[in-house]
Ligand binder design. Structure first.
Ligand SMILES: Nc1ncnc2c1ncn2[C@@H]1O[C@H](COP(=O)(O)OP(=O)(O)O)[C@@H](O)[C@H]1O
Ligand SMILES: [Mg+2]
Length: 264
């Protein structure tokens, strides 16, 4: 069974796309079969994967509407370590297009069941809004990975994200978990960042990944070359961080599997 993780935070510019792309590539590096879904109309995960979004014929919204099968819409990418369901501007219309579709919050859940055997991990790069696409992702997901920049209002935003997850858990997907929170663009010389990080650890404990992603210029450069960091700058601090994060997530998933086994 594939593990499905939504990469989400309703704040923009916190490192969602950077995390989704580089985690997908790093899980691929560990020989997992990975699908990355770009659910943000801005299509940054698509561009960052080296695909021109002007040339994307089928996006997630076409798949959700049933106009094309998931298999047909997916782009297999050599040498990136993952396959991609790319985005284009059509995703902007998702809200309107899906308005009259029956069971519209569960479209992605049923579609991903068709890919269950092919992929061990499915990552969904969510937009910075709580729209129909984000909700489809939360309803389909086993867990949410939250990239967080340790700055002043970060924790406040997190509370409302947790409320949304609670609501989805109560009404649509009881299995939804907070997979983990990853500190991004971290600068340990910044006192505020250190303080927010400490508060985060005291609130969320081991739900905060041990791996910290530092601010690293190579991570910011890689998307313009359309390459994940492990291929663009394999010996950069950014590359090491995302490989470590992938290892930590794999470990966590293994532990969950063992715990489930013990509970049976
Ligand atoms: N660890 C990092 N170090 C340096 N720049 C980063 C890092 N993470 C993200 N960035 C840059 O910050 C900007 C916002 O990141 P992005 O992943 O696109 O955020 P989001 O998807 O949450 O909007 C991008 O220009 C990205 O290249
Ligand atoms: Mg993004």
């Amino acid at each position: 069974m594939s593990k499905i993780y939504a990469v989400a935070n309703q704040k923009g510019g916190v490192g969602k796309t950077t995390t989704a792309v580089n985690l997908a590539a790093s899980l691929g590096y560990f020989e997992e079969k990975v699908l990355l879904i770009d659910f943000d109309p801005q299509g940054n995960a698509t561009t960052g994967s080296g695909i021109d979004k002007q040339e994307v014929e089928w996006s997630g919204v076409d798949v959700l509407l049933g106009d094309v099968s998931l298999v047909e819409a997916i782009q297999e990418m050599d040498g990136s370590g993952y396959d991609l369901l790319a985005a284009n501007g059509d995703l902007t219309a998702a809200e309107v297009e899906l308005f009259n579709v029956e069971d519209r919050l569960h479209r992605l859940t049923s579609i991903l069941e068709t890919a269950d055997k092919k992929y061990s991990y499915i990552l969904i790069d969510c937009p910075p809004t709580l729209n129909i696409l984000t909700l489809n992702a939360f309803v389909a997901a086993d867990g949410v990975i939250v990239p967080l920049q340790c700055e002043y209002y970060a924790l406040e935003g997190l509370t409302s994200l947790m409320d949304t997850m609670d609501r989805v858990r109560e009404t649509q997907n009881p299995a939804l978990q907070l997979q983990g929170i990853v500190r991004t663009m971290y600068d340990s010389r910044n006192n505020l960042a250190v303080e927010v990080s400490e508060q985060l650890l005291s609130h969320f404990g081991e739900r905060v990944y041990e791996t910290v992603v530092p601010r690293n210029v190579k991570l910011a450069e890689a998307p313009s070359y359309g390459r994940p960091i492990i291929y663009y700058a394999p010996s950069s601090r950014g590359a090491y961080a995302y490989v470590d994060l992938a290892a930590e997530i794999l470990e966590r998933a293994e532990k969950e599997k063992r715990d489930e086994g013990n509970a049976l």
